[in-house]
Design a protein around this ligand. Structure first.
Ligand code: SF4
Ligand code: SF4
Length: 164
């Protein structure tokens, strides 16, 4: 079932300030406990959400393209890496390679990634909520509550426990 992204945008914005406060409280949680909490809720969120019903990350943000990603994708297109960069990428303010356009050029009309096997590492790991050392990416995860319905759901669920 297609996710109602318009409604998600409204809800995630309206709950953002409470999630900012929640992030401050999460900073005090022990690292292992925080990692386990996120991992469990990540699994729970993705049991309910199918990315093919969403693709909001691919529609609204760009992954970072590492040199290894560029080389792999260029090879699959039988292009030189420099030509791939010229065609699709530019450097952002941090100096990382990102897409020239949004939604992602490689997103199909059916929300499938046209370069799935060769997609960037950042795409494989997004939304980064089932990894270790979640303390280091709490700020990024907070921002991702505005992009990813699964991250939003995770924050909502944690909030129910931590605002008690
Ligand atoms: S990772 Fe999040 S934003 Fe991306 S498609 Fe899946 S649910 Fe949507
Ligand atoms: S490369 Fe594929 S997974 Fe990554 S943003 Fe583009 S469409 Fe999405």
């Amino acid at each position: 079932m297609e996710i109602d992204l318009e409604n998600f945008n409204k809800e995630s914005k309206s709950e953002y300030s409470s999630h900012v406060k929640l992030r401050a409280r999460l900073r005090k949680v022990k690292p292992k406990v925080l990692d386990e909490m996120f991992e469990e809720l990540h699994e729970e969120a993705f049991r309910e959400i199918d990315c093919l019903d969403c693709a909001n990350c691919c529609k609204t943000t760009s992954p970072i393209f590492l040199n290894t990603d560029i080389d792999r994708l260029a090879k699959s297109f039988r292009m030189k890496s420099s030509a791939f960069i010229d065609e699709y990428l530019h450097r952002d303010e941090e100096g990382d390679f990102v897409l020239n356009s949004s939604p992602c050029t490689f997103l199909g009309a059916d929300n499938k990634c046209l370069v799935y096997e060769d997609r960037p590492k950042a795409c494989r790991e997004y939304p980064h909520t089932n990894r270790k050392k979640m303390h280091g990416i709490l700020e990024l995860s907070l921002k991702n509550t505005l992009v990813c319905p699964a991250v939003f759901k995770i924050f909502q669920q944690i909030g129910k426990d931590y605002r008690k």
